[in-house]
Design a protein around this ligand. Structure first.
Ligand code: P6P
Length: 335
């Protein structure tokens, strides 16, 4: 069971103590996560001032997906890149907002990790004051002893090889949720102190909850099996009440709710998105690792998300993730 915390522990201390659990406690991994939390503090501050700083709204640019880049998207991307490119712990990065590999500038040393991130997930919600978040995924490079710049195959690793995954959710408060494979830990930001305090350690999600999360506007684009599941979810009789529907439209916010309250998140393939919409490397793998570490499941409908061998940085996959019994229930409709 997860336990609420009555002692004051900052994320720096938790990372350092946690690294003792994680082998090769060289301090390099702690410094990587520490630098990442700095980036999130800066993004959190800017997200909360966006309206005042007039950095809402759109730039004239489009990202690799042909999506309009919001000013905050670009800001968050640059903050993570600048916070992480000189610490000597990374040999390469990849971001939703960049076409290919983000190299470490050759004036800095290359380290043994790679970072993949979605700088600001939920772009469509930025200027309507709905929760958005930063998602991150960390791997060791394939040749851990190399000191050369990272290559594409260092970035294209299956999710089960992640050494850390997490997100920072900028909602009514700022929550940082991360795992290094030894359980899910939740932190809450105190902006007056600039500190993330541990609020839940080794969090476990409910095994089932009568809630589902999907964009029902696409009902007519779905495969028949998805329509049958959704019709079942809405149905009620003497043995079953209708499930609740919650859909924020920011995956990291929907998954955060499901981590805490249980339920099922679905973004299936449809006639417009034959590979689904969510990206495997910097959305599904990190969120999938967190969900599994909290006792849930994450699948693309035919295989475990974390076992998919990536082929390109921005590839998409359909996803069904959440509480174990909720996922097993929808799988019965898919098969
Ligand atoms: P739709 C946000 O743009 C995002 O990538 C995810 O965070 C979110 O779950 C999804 O798109 C929402 O997509 O098609 O329902 O608007």
């Amino acid at each position: 069971m997860s336990n609420s915390i009555n002692k004051l522990i900052t994320i720096e201390r938790h990372i350092a103590e946690n690294e003792a659990v994680y082998n090769e406690a060289t301090g390099e991994f702690s410094r990587l996560l520490r630098d990442l939390t700095l980036a999130m503090r800066v993004i959190s501050r800017e997200v909360r001032r966006a309206g005042l700083n007039d950095i809402l709204g759109e730039t004239e640019k489009e990202n690799v997906h042909g999506e309009q880049v919001k000013k905050l998207d670009e800001f968050a991307h640059n903050i993570v890149r600048r916070a992480m490119n000189h610490g000597g712990h990374l040999c390469a990065m990849a971001s939703e907002e960049a076409d290919g590999i983000i190299p470490i500038p050759d004036v800095y040393e290359c380290g043994k990790y790679v970072l993949l991130f979605d700088p600001l997930d939920g772009s469509s919600n930025i200027e309507v004051n709905v929760s958005i978040g930063t998602i991150f995924s960390v791997y060791q490079r394939i040749d851990a002893d190399a000191t050369t710049p990272g290559k594409m195959n260092d970035l294209l690793q299956p999710g089960f090889k992640q050494v850390a995954a997490g997100y920072c959710l900028y909602g009514s408060c700022t929550n940082l949720v991360y795992t290094t494979g030894a359980g899910v830990n939740i932190f809450t930001f105190d902006p007056t102190l600039g500190e993330f305090f541990l609020t839940k350690e080794n969090h476990r999600m409910p095994e089932f909850s009568p809630q589902y999360s999907i964009n029902e506007g696409y009902y007519n684009r779905w495969d028949e099996s998805i329509r049958k599941f959704v019709n079942y979810a809405k149905s009620e009789d003497d043995n079953k009440s209708a499930y609740g529907l919650r859909y924020i439209g920011t995956a990291v916010a929907d998954i955060h709710r499901i981590l805490l309250h249980g339920g099922l998140f679905l973004y299936p393939a449809d006639t417009k998105n034959p590979e689904g919409k969510l990206r495997l490397l910097y959305e599904l793998n990190p969120l999938g690792m967190l969900v599994e570490q909290a006792g849930g499941l994450a699948t693309d409908g035919s295989q475990r998300i974390l076992e998919i061998q990536p082929e390109t940085i921005h590839q998409r996959r359909p996803v069904f993730m959440g509480s174990k019994d909720n996922v097993n229930e929808v799988l019965k409709f898919l098969s």
